[in-house]
Design a protein around this ligand. Structure first.
Ligand code: NAD
Length: 281
C-alpha cells in the first residue's frame, strides 16, 4: 500500500520523560512499527522499565537512558550513549513535562474578604514552584532540542513536542503550566520556520485530559475513584464524556512522525475528545 508507516522502520527515536504514562504508550507504539527507541528519564528505573516493555512487547530495540531535561551536561552524555547504541537520532519527542501542587492555586477565583483568601489565590503562589513547573515544560523542551536536533539536520528529521490543551485555553489554578505550554506552542511554530530549509519538521500534540500521577490529585478525591468537582467539570466539558487513554495519542503521533505528514510543519494538533471545540453551552 502506498500509504503506510514504513518510513518509521529502523528510525532512531528519542523520547524525553519516556518513563511516564504517556511516554511509555508512545514508546510501545514506536516499537510496534519497528523504530529503535531511546527512553530518557531522570528516574532511570522508569526509563529501563519502559525499555523492557518495548523490547518484550514488540521485539524492537529499546534502551533506557538517564537524562535530566534541565541539565545540558546530562543531555550531552545521553546523546553520546544513544549515538553509540543506535547511531544518529532521527526523531525527538519532547515528552517530559507536567504540573505540580506547588504551582497550583487553592481557589479558582480570587476572593478578597481576608488575607487568607488572597493567599489561596494568585497572591499565595509559590514562586519557586512556579519557576520549576515553567522550566520543566519550557526549558525542558528547549534544552533537549538544543542538544539532540543537530543530528536531525538535512535527513528528514522530526521533532514532536507534547503540549497540552492548557496552551490554548488556560485552566484555572495552574498558571505556570498553562503559560509554559503556550510557550511550547509558540516555540514549535518558531522552530518549524527556522528549521524549514534544514530538512527538519517540528510539530506538537496537545493532549486533553488523561489520568496520570501528576494530575490524579486534581481529578479524583484522595485514594478513591470518586471524581473531584474539577474532575466532573472536565468530563462535562469534554463532548465525548470521558478522559483519554494514552493509546488515543498514537494515531496523531504516527501521522506527525511519518511521511503521511511530510508537508506538515508548525502545527499543534489537539487530541482532546472535543474539549477545545466546546463552548460549554
Ligand atoms: P508522567 O508524570 O506520567 O510522565 C512524566 C515523566 O517525565 C516521568 O517519568 C518523570 O520522571 C519524567 N520527568 C520529570 N521531570 C524530568 C526531568 N527534569 N528530566 C527528565 N525526565 C523528567 O506524565 P504524563 O502524563 O505521561 O506527561 C507526559 C507529557 O504529556 C507531559 O509533557 C505533560 O505535560 C503532557 N500532558 C499530559 C496530560 C495528561 O492529562 N496526563 C495532558 C496534556 C499534556
Amino acid at each position: 500500500m502506498k500509504y503506510n508507516l514504513d518510513s518509521l522502520k529502523g528510525k532512531v527515536c528519542v523520547i524525553t520523560g519516556g518513563g511516564g504514562v504517556i511516554g511509555t504508550a508512545l514508546a510501545i507504539g514506536l516499537g510496534e512499527v519497528g523504530a529503535k527507541v531511546a527512553i530518557l528519564d531522570f528516574i532511570k528505573d522508569s526509563a529501563d522499565k519502559t525499555a523492557d516493555l518495548v523490547t518484550k512487547n514488540t521485539g524492537s530495540k529499546a534502551i533506557g537512558v538517564f537524562a535530566n531535561v534541565l541539565d545540558k551536561e546530562s543531555l550531552i552524555k545521553a546523546k553520546e550513549e544513544i549515538n553509540a547504541a543506535f547511531g544518529k537520532i532521527d526523531v525527538l519527542i519532547n515528552g517530559a513535562g507536567g504540573n505540580a501542587p506547588t504551582a497550583t492555586t487553592k481557589d479558582e477565583f480570587l476572593k478578597t474578604d481576608s488575607e487568607k483568601d488572597l493567599l489561596n489565590g494568585f497572591f499565595g503562589l509559590d514562586l519557586g514552584g512556579f519557576q520549576r513547573v515553567f522550566d520543566l515544560n519550557f526549558m525542558g523542551t528547549l534544552l533537549p532540542t538544543l542538544v539532540f536536533a543537530v543530528d536531525l539536520l538535512n535527513r528528514d528529521g522530526i521533532i514532536l513536542n507534547i503540549s497540552s490543551m492548557n496552551s490554548f485555553r488556560p485552566l484555572t489554578k495552574i498558571p505556570a503550566y498553562s503559560a509554559a505550554k503556550a510557550s511550547v506552542n509558540n516555540f514549535t511554530e518558531w522552530l518549524s520556520v527556522h528549521f524549514a530549509k534544514a530538512g527538519v519538521r517540528v510539530n506538537a500534540i496537545a493532549p486533553g485530559f488523561f489520568v496520570t500521577q501528576q494530575n490524579q490529585f486534581l481529578l479524583y478525591k484522595e485514594d478513591t475513584t470518586e471524581l473531584t468537582e474539577r474532575g466532573h467539570k472536565i468530563i462535562s466539558n469534554t463532548p465525548m464524556g470521558k478522559f483519554g487513554e494514552p493509546e488515543d495519542l498514537l494515531g496523531t503521533m504516527f501521522y506527525l512522525l511519518s511521511d503521511l505528514s511530510k508537508f506538515v510543519t508548525g502545527v499543534v494538533i489537539p487530541v482532546d475528545g472535543g474539549f477545545n471545540a466546546y463552548s460549554g453551552v
